[in-house]
Design a binder for this molecule. Structure first.
Ligand code: MF3
Ligand code: CO
Length: 300
């Protein structure tokens, strides 16, 4: 028999506060949404204050790794060098690069250039050259807590078309972020991202998306950016997920590299861009746990 938790019992969240003064009202709101037919978060994906603090610290290292890359990335270096920087900086500061060995991924970071949509594998054979746009996707484990973010870098003069793709993708993340608040729906965020992308004639990749994150690399829910307002999972305080749309200049069709089983490319060979941030839903809005620098960086 399962006993109903009473107002005076300790809350399920581990705060040691009585349930009635902690998550009782939260559970009522969640139940109401579930009753209305909405997908709702399980208790498992709601983070405690202590976990949030751990994930925040992990996010700080995650940002520092990307800042370290940002200072060094330029034409003439190989993506293997980026991988080495990420490995060295992360481990020197007590962290572990999450991609290394993840489901067999061979490197510490993903580096995806131009028509590579995501999961590009760093290589000594890939030299950055003027005109490239590259996504550097860094995922960090610190004291068991996961963080995840990515930025675009433009190598020298990339031309107005690629520059616009990079900028609009960044703007789309910000538009989505504005919709993150408790008791809304993930589809509010997804539609804001998609609307902005469509407005500029681009497409959003549907088959790869974002995810919950923090205690594991990839947690529930799957986060799509091809969704409609008022649909998808209810956003509740304590949830952490990524906003990381992959935006294609051409069509949304993609394929996976047969050779390595990882790297995803646009079917039409046109460029793709992505920015990624990790967001905590709070009581009164949201907190970005690893905000990329405001500027779009052009590097030589
Ligand atoms: N960093 C990616 C994400 O944003 C996941 C990469 S999985 C890896 O979710 F194994 F390729 F690293
Ligand atoms: Co991610």
């Amino acid at each position: 028999m399962l006993k109903r938790i009473g107002s005076g019992d300790p809350c399920w969240c581990g705060s040691r506060k009585p349930y009635g003064q902690c998550h009782q009202e939260f559970d009522r709101k969640v139940s109401r949404a579930r009753f209305m037919g909405h997908e709702v978060p399980s208790h498992k994906i709601i983070k405690t204050p202590e976990q949030i603090q751990g994930i925040r610290e992990s996010g700080k290292l995650n940002v520092a790794v990307l800042d370290y890359v940002a200072e060094r990335i330029r034409a003439g270096i190989t993506t293997a060098e980026i991988d080495q920087w990420v490995y060295d900086y992360t481990t020197k500061h007590g962290g572990i690069p999450a991609p290394l060995g993840y489901e067999g991924f061979p490197k510490s970071v993903c580096t995806s250039i131009d028509a590579q949509v995501c999961h590009g594998i760093p290589s000594e054979d890939v030299v950055l050259k003027e005109g490239d746009i590259i996504n550097v996707d860094v995922s960090t484990i610190l004291h068991g807590y996961y963080s995840d973010s990515s930025r675009m870098f433009m190598i020298g003069d990339v031309g107005p078309e690629k520059e616009k793709l990079v900028r609009v993708t960044r703007e789309a993340v910000e538009k989505g972020l504005q919709e993150v608040k408790p008791w809304g729906y993930l589809g509010d965020m997804g539609q804001a991202v998609h609307d902005h992308v469509k407005k500029h004639g681009y497409t959003v990749v549907e088959d790869v998306g974002g995810h919950g994150v923090g205690l594991e690399f990839h947690e529930d829910p799957f986060v799509s950016y091809v969704t409609r307002r008022g649909t998808e999972m209810l956003m509740a305080p304590g949830m952490i997920f990524t906003i990381e749309p992959m935006v294609n200049m051409g069509g949304d069709e993609i394929f996976v590299d047969d050779g390595n089983g990882w790297t995803i490319y646009t079917e039409d060979g046109k460029p793709s861009a992505q920015w990624e941030i990790m967001v905590l839903v709070t009581e009164d809005g949201c907190e970005v746990l690893n905000h990329a620098s405001k500027e779009l960086r052009v590097v030589d």
